[in-house]
Design a protein. Structure first.
Length: 490
């Protein structure tokens, strides 16, 4: 009798990783003396996945929040304004919920949780929160069109030339490299040329204010002259800035030599020198002096460049409001297309921890920038741009009570919170689905309902009494929201 052969079906091994199970943000609340302080960590499904909570008197939590039994930072700083959440932001200068505290690098006062972290969060000491961390938030340049958001690049006005640093997405590492281990900055070649019109040599530098579109291989360096902005756009930018940033050396890939190397030996310098550089118009409007005499309006802005070469610049204009400027893809200045106005406000000239900020969606397709509208951290003026075509949406609210905390959520959403009293209902928040909003709205629409109709009862926060919490963005593997959701092929 012939032997029967049974064929076992091949085992299919799934390569799918769920990006939504990664950490997204932590809530923070603190009333150190009795009810306690701590973090509750949420994933991209807005589900709690970890907590680290202490209290002052009950002894039922994970650590002591003050006295000699507390960790050093809590013993020293727990009653400080940047840690305590017993009051909302209002006109306070150092509340953790100030609108300017969150940005691409996380939160200025609290290190970000990552996918490798085994806790829900921790705190920086006050000198680090006040003085060290803000340098990176002031100087970080924009990145769009990149699904790998584990790196950063920075530029500042200090020293000579156009000085840049390329490294990890970490503000403390940036400060350490710059302040403690030498400058670690590299000068790049500058295009000193006039644009299509409004001719002027615009070769002065900003803090931050530039942007790379990785997918489109375009870089915009925002130069200025006496407050007039002028973008210099580099096309066909051929170097992998992320790889060089994470390598830890500007000279990676270059041959060893007996002689000392100079900036021109680096691949980053050579990429700027070789790229097709196009000076755009010098702006005919001047945010500085025309709208605000503050340094924030002259020496900083948040910039993005679209796939087809349009450039947007969002500038906080302290004690005036903000301005949004645009250049078309021919380099022609389109003027100031938005100027929300409001009352007293302060930028970086009052301290590096103040001013405008930017973020980007996990898929790199949506960029947004924003700033406070009241004193140091109340209210918000906000603009978001779709990178594929330059469509933009905007809103602003002058709020003398509450700050706003933002973080990217999922592939192309934002979680948006207000430091409203959490007692009984929990933390107030709203989720903005950028893909949906851009689909249903017209270019330039003002979206006032983004700051209303919040949800509660879902986001818990430490303590069981009055408190005005905020969120701390996590750092996670952004690429999974593209590689695992769009293709699972070999």
């Amino acid at each position: 009798m012939a032997r029967s052969i049974t064929t076992k079906p091949a085992t299919v091994k799934s390569k799918v990783q769920d990006p939504y199970s990664q950490p997204c943000f932590s809530t923070w609340a603190c009333e150190h003396s009795v009810h306690g302080c701590g973090w509750i960590l949420y994933d991209h499904n807005v589900e709690p996945i970890a907590k680290y909570v202490g209290d002052g008197n009950y002894h039922h939590n994970q650590f002591r929040t003050y006295s000699s039994y507390a960790p050093e930072f809590f013993n020293t700083y727990a009653s400080s304004q940047y840690m305590e959440t017993g009051s909302h932001v209002s006109s306070a200068s150092n509340r953790g919920g100030n609108t300017c505290n969150n940005g691409y690098l996380g939160h200025q006062g609290y290190p970000s949780v990552t996918e490798y972290t085994k806790t829900a969060g921790y705190v920086r000491g006050w000198p680090a929160a006040e003085s060290y961390s803000p340098y990176g938030f002031r100087d970080v340049n924009g990145i769009v069109g990149d699904i790998n958001q584990d790196w950063a690049w920075f530029s500042n006005r200090e020293g000579t030339g156009t000085r840049m640093h390329f490294g990890a997405r970490n503000t403390i590492k940036y400060w350490n490299l710059w302040q403690r281990e030498g400058s670690n900055f590299i000068e790049i070649p500058i295009v000193d040329a006039s644009g299509p019109s409004n001719n002027d040599n615009s070769n002065d530098r900003h803090y931050g204010s530039s942007c790379i579109n990785v997918a489109a291989k375009k870089v915009v360096l925002m130069q200025h002259s006496s407050g007039y902005k002028q973008p210099i756009v580099y096309n066909d930018f051929g170097v992998d800035m992320r790889a060089l940033s994470l390598s830890g050396s500007y000279y990676s890939g270059t041959p060893d030599a007996q002689a000392g190397k100079t900036p021109s030996d680096s691949k980053i310098y050579q990429a700027f020198a070789a790229a097709n550089a196009t000076p755009y118009d010098r702006a005919s409007s001047r945010a500085y002096s025309s709208y605000s005499g503050a340094g924030e309006a002259e020496q900083r802005c948040q910039t993005c460049i679209t796939d087809d070469g349009q450039v947007y610049a969002f500038t906080m204009t302290p004690s005036n409001g903000a301005v949004l400027e645009r250049w078309n893809n021919s380099g022609v200045y389109q003027g100031i297309i938005w100027n929300p106005t409001y009352t007293t406000s302060y930028g970086y000239e009052q301290g590096n921890r103040y001013g405008s900020r930017w973020m980007v969606s996990s898929d790199g397709k949506y960029w947004w920038a924003y700033c406070p509208t009241y004193h140091y951290g109340g209210g918000i003026a906000f603009v978001t741009v779709r990178i594929s075509d330059g469509k933009y949406l905007k809103f602003h609210v002058q709020d003398s009570n509450y700050g706003r905390s933002l973080a990217p959520l999922g592939r192309s959403k934002i979680i948006f919170t207000r430091d409203q009293n959490k007692d009984d209902p929990g933390m107030y928040y709203k989720i903005i689905d950028l893909e949906f909003e851009f689909m249903q709205r017209n270019n330039g629409d003002d979206i006032s309902n983004w700051d209303s109709n919040r949800s509660n009862y879902l986001l818990d926060a430490a303590g069981n009494s009055t408190g005005y919490p905020f969120i701390i963005p996590a750092l996670y593997n952004t690429s999974l929201f593209t590689t695992q959701l769009e293709s699972n092929q070999d």
